[in-house]
Design a protein around this ligand. Structure first.
Ligand code: HEC
Length: 151
């Protein structure tokens, strides 16, 4: 098919309009929060967020130890977010948390224990950082999936 200049211009304009329309759709999609909401009592939400801040403190402690070439010292901050703290979760709160959420939480506590063990025994810097990377990946996966309401 042969086309003159105005035909090409018309197609280009139509394509431009489509592109603008497509951009609008994607902006609308980005502003809608796709995370699943978990409704909690204010005290329960405060409990979860406090645990989260402890997670971040553990991450700081681990990075600080590794960055100072004292990898063995990463064991103590890692242990503070290990399985040992899980018994503190009230059963009423546990019941409200989706299964996948609990699985990722469990996995994170276990991974901090494993990191503590690696740091305290062999103390290989790269292995510890690799474990931390895996932990941070779970933090991000969960954060992309859930939000808390009812605070
Ligand atoms: C099982 C799911 C899950 C995992 C795993 C998880 N988080 Fe969270 N985190 C959440 C949710 C849900 C919120 C609340 C987000 C919201 O309501 O917008 C949150 C909030 C936070 C906050 C904000 C705390 C505040 O006081 O507002 C920090 C900091 C945080 N997380 C750090 C971490 C770090 C670091 C890790 C990994 C070591 C981690 N989280 C792993 C689910 C998770």
């Amino acid at each position: 098919m042969r086309m003159n200049a105005s035909g090409i211009a018309a197609i280009a304009m139509a394509a431009g309009i489509c592109a603008v329309a497509a951009t609008h759709v994607s902006i609308a999609e980005e502003t809608a929060d796709p995370r699943q909401a978990i409704a909690l009592e204010p005290a329960e939400r405060a409990f979860v967020l406090n645990e989260m801040r402890n997670f971040l403190q553990s991450v700081e402690g681990i990075v600080s130890a590794v960055a100072s070439d004292k990898t063995a010292e990463a064991a103590s901050p890692a242990k503070k977010s290990g399985m040992g703290v899980m018994h503190a979760v009230p059963p009423t709160l546990r019941q409200k948390l989706p299964k996948e959420f609990k699985m990722m939480g469990h996995q994170t506590h276990e991974a901090f224990d494993a990191l503590a063990q690696e740091a305290g025994s062999i103390g290989d810097k790269t292995a510890v950082l690799k474990q931390l990377e895996t932990i941070l990946n779970t933090c991000n996966t969960c954060h992309a999936s859930y939000r808390l309401t009812g605070g």
